[in-house]
Design a protein around this ligand. Structure first.
Ligand SMILES: Nc1ncnc2c1ncn2[C@@H]1O[C@H](COP(=O)(O)OP(=O)(O)OP(=O)(O)O)[C@@H](O)[C@H]1O
Ligand SMILES: [Mg+2]
Length: 285
């Protein structure tokens, strides 16, 4: 290529990048990726959210460390789901801060950008493609192009195929890869959806009542699955099922109790269960 052509190419590229930067003023932050060097995955400071004057979150503070598995409990209406809505960009808070790692201000980003930088969220109701097979669901989750046809006809790379096989085993669906997702049990659909999230390798996973409606055996296997994810991912698990929380926390991890939009207590499950304020608002009901 002649120097002239190279120069023109370079100018074109620079112009394109500038245009992109105007379109996505916050793009540079996203491209830089999260910085976890201080050991913090998620930092929430003084978050308040009100709905028509009612404070669903009231100066909420929360810090989740890198690789930590944190269970959040609290009575109905405590603000647990609203907290996840704020972290994932679905709800804008009135005030406060939310940081992913030490540099990414999640309140500056939109919902899809937050998902893209590595915050995965599992809603209570499983949302899988019922007509597709288990494997096809996982393949779709991996593709940037979410149009079903385009994604299904693109081939996975070697490492992507390895990751898919690894996840099939993790979510206990190794023998069900070819099965139509619509035919799975409720618990298996939940696992498949978790598998779909894992295909994108999120650094932080938010799981809202993941074992609701599961059988005891499915619940136990879900706890094993989450314990196997700890370390590689940071997990925030909201649950009402105390047996499940007990299994996840292994008698030593921190549990956070939310009440009326703030942290009421934090500590080991046995300790918060013995806390009088907690008994009063929640466990004694
Ligand atoms: N979009 C909304 N508009 C008005 N009020 C809302 C909205 N979302 C939540 N709320 C209210 O905020 C409070 C907190 O709700 P949230 O769903 O966060 O509680 P939760 O802790 O997840 O409860 P649960 O254990 O029942 O799921 C509730 O009183 C709820 O009615
Ligand atoms: Mg909820």
């Amino acid at each position: 290529m002649t120097p002239d052509l190279m120069k023109q190419g370079g100018e074109r590229l620079a112009a394109q990048q500038a245009k992109q930067a105007v379109k996505e003023p916050r793009g540079s932050l996203v491209q830089a990726g999260p910085d976890f060097r201080n050991g913090v995955a998620l930092y929430v400071e003084d978050i308040s959210v009100s709905f028509d004057g009612f404070k669903a979150l009231n100066q909420l503070n929360l810090t989740i460390n890198v690789g930590e598995l944190r269970c959040i409990i609290g009575p109905n209406g405590a603000g647990k789901t609203t907290m996840m809505d704020v972290i994932t960009g679905k709800t804008r808070p009135d005030s406060g801060k939310v940081f992913f790692g030490s540099t990414i201000d999640l309140l500056m980003l939109k919902e899809p950008q937050i998902a893209q930088i590595g915050v995965g969220r599992k809603f209570q109701k499983p949302t899988v493609y019922e007509q597709l097979s288990v494997t096809e669901n996982l393949e779709l989750a991996l593709k940037a192009d979410r149009r079903v046809r385009a994604a299904l006809f693109a081939k996975l790379s070697g490492p992507q195929q390895d990751r898919l096989d690894e996840i099939l085993t993790l979510i206990h669906l190794k023998d069900e890869g070819g099965r139509t997702a619509g035919l799975l049990s409720h618990g298996q659909k939940q696992w498949l959806e978790i598998g779909m999230l894992l295909m994108q390798d999120p650094k932080l996973l938010l799981l809202d009542e993941p074992v609701a409606g599961m059988t005891d055996e499915e619940t136990e296997r879900t706890a094993e699955l989450f314990l196997s994810l700890e370390g590689r991912h940071s997990l925030v698990v909201v649950e009402h099922d105390m047996k499940f929380v007990d299994q996840l926390t292994e008698g030593r991890k921190t549990v956070t109790v939310l009440h009326e939009g703030s942290v009421l207590a934090e500590g080991r499950l046995a300790d918060v269960q013995a806390n009088e304020k907690v008994i009063e608002v929640y466990l004694g009901r």
